[in-house]
Design a protein around this ligand. Structure first.
Ligand SMILES: [Zn+2]
Length: 227
């Protein structure tokens, strides 16, 4: 299904004819960027041939997960909102960590939600800055060819001389996520949240994205209130 998503993404762009080898390359670039395995040309041909069947299956899976019905703690209608608010009001210390393990898990989850929806995860992400390979770090276009002395900015790095490279979760937020992971054992949801934090185009705040945070918060709350 991840292959089909990559196929659809390229199709939506509309830049290439799907028979063009560049289309497969574009899809594979996206897959690799998301840490997935690239497709072989056979996989690509299979999707083209069985497109309508695969699409039907794909739509069915997406419909079965109704992200809109997941409550939203940020909007005040989370599934266990009342208990969540009560813990924040009565148990979470005004500063620093809680020594009670379930209160601490609720606090960590709340911090993650706040960072996501209030700050767009800008404090939760670290990005490496790599030297721009096009201009070698000078920030200018073709320095040698330019005789007038007015330099144009490098198109690749916009004149900064460096480009954004790898992304990872900063130490502080990584600690919060680890505590939530250890408390809930929700490995898949924690990984989804990690992916949102590390996505190069930052957050989309889509229903699905928010649902990942909210479902993880549901899991924290279920365990915290002993359900
Ligand atoms: Zn450059």
């Amino acid at each position: 299904m991840i292959n089909f998503e990559a196929y659809k993404a390229v199709q939506t762009l509309g830049w290439y004819n799907m028979y063009d080898p560049k289309a497969l390359r574009a899809a594979n670039d996206a897959l690799i960027e998301h840490g997935e395995v690239p497709m072989r040309s056979e996989d690509w041909a299979f999707i083209m041939k069985n497109y309508s069947d695969i699409k039907k299956q794909y739509d069915k899976i997406n419909e079965s997960t109704d992200y809109k019905s997941v409550g939203d703690y940020w909007d005040g209608n989370g599934k266990y909102q009342e208990a969540y608010d009560k813990i924040w009001k009565e148990q979470v210390p005004p500063k620093g960590e809680s020594e009670i393990i379930w209160v601490e898990a609720v606090r960590c989850m709340g911090r993650l939600i706040y960072e996501y929806l209030n700050n767009g995860n800008c404090n939760a992400t670290e990005v490496s800055q790599d030297l721009c390979e096009v201009c070698g770090g000078s920030g200018y276009k073709d320095e040698e060819d330019n005789e007038d002395g007015d330099f144009e900015d490098c198109y690749n790095c916009d004149g900064y001389g460096s480009v954004s490279g790898d992304r990872w979760v900063s130490e502080y937020y990584s600690d919060l996520l680890n505590k939530v992971r250890n408390f809930t054992k929700e490995y898949r949801l924690v990984r989804e949240v990690e992916k949102i934090i590390c996505s190069p185009d930052r957050c989309s705040f889509s229903t699905k994205e928010r649902a990942m945070y909210n479902m993880l918060c549901d899991a924290v709350m279920r365990k915290a209130i002993g359900l």
